[in-house]
Design a protein around this ligand. Sequence first.
Ligand SMILES: [Zn+2]
Length: 261
Amino acid sequence: MESQKEARILQEPVARPPGASRSQTPNAKERQEGGPVPAAAALGAEADDDSADRLWELPVEPAKRRPECSRCSRPQKVCLCPFLPAHPLHISTHLYIIQHPAEENKVLRTVPLLAACLPQDKCKVKIGRRFSEERDPELSTVCRKSGTLILYPGAEAANLEEFILDSPVYPSTIIIIDGTWSQAKDIFYKNSLFRHPKQVQLKTSISSQYVIRMQPTNRCLSTLECAAVALSILEKNNYIQEISGEDMLKITDAYWNNSHI
Ligand SMILES: [Zn+2]
């Protein structure tokens, strides 16, 4: 673990020069797509987890930020709201996003866009790497409910589409982890809470324009797309998926057209 002084280096620039990576903490290395297993996880150092969580709570944006749109959290000059549904979509499923702290400060975040598409009471974002009964009793209760699913691929995961056909309890809640593969893996396997919900995955032929252009190495679908596909299956409403698909293309075009701003 590096010192707090070194850690504060992380809060200065939004975009760090390549050479700055030498000063990253072990946890900051998790930001790198396709990087090694997170050092903190490899060490199994629980004591480091608390300090790591505090590190991620440090602001990484400069004090003077460009004015942001209150709905999509993008700089106002490149607001993406015209590409989002005018009103929140009506859904009955509750969505919990477990967001790795590194995702919160990424320049192009998809979770605020997702939150802007859904009713506030149906989309909750929990930021952190470690969750427990004591720290988060609400999430603990959600995880133990029989109608809760967690979206994470693997041999143990059922295909969501097939699962809901036979499920005795129709799913009311789905948990999605927002992060790179290594971050999501760390969160999924290092939190025993996430053993409780039924593990499901998406077997979909949907290709991701967003992935091709934005995430070429380390993710299958963006969190926004995962949520849209999962919700469209759970809500039996292809409109959710279609509107998200269209939006993703428009959003990525708008992003690239304005990325110099
Ligand atoms: Zn906006």
